[in-house]
Design a protein around this ligand. Sequence first.
Ligand code: S3P
Length: 170
Amino acid sequence: MKIVLIGFMGSGKTAVAKALGEILKLPVVEMDDLVYAKTQSKDMHEVFAKGGELLLRETEIAIAKEYSAADNCIISTGGGVVLNKIILDYLKQQDGKVFFLNANLQVVMDRLANDTSRPLLQDFVETKRLYYFRLPLYLEYADEVIDVWKKSIEEIADEIYEILFPDEER
Ligand code: S3P
């Protein structure tokens, strides 16, 4: 089984993937880290400096292709993977189950208020535009939608576990 987490920046994909990895004893693949490795960059600003958003998106497609055949892992994606349907097509292979971590705009804004690590985060208006542009895409590609506001990371991970294994006690 391949578990794929999608969602906007700041929705908690990385933390939930880690918690779920511990529960299920599965390795976590952090797509942003693979982007850094593949482009030999230390962070997202360096990726953008080297090749702009195009380099990020092309690298994400290459990674998704590599992981299309992967099994028994949790993939925490970058927030923009839904911009390229081909990425989700690859990740859904091998019984990939896509969970959308649905955080509302205010939650995301609060969490990202002091963030300087993400080049696409600019002002409120632009972030809001990105959020509403992508929302239907996350919903379209998700097998399951998990509302994440007012829930702890553990509660979210448990909810995913119960969807995956409805008959099993933890
Ligand atoms: C991006 C999200 C980031 C990272 C890059 C672009 C986006 O990942 O891939 O800064 O387009 O939403 P996170 O969602 O893990 O922050």
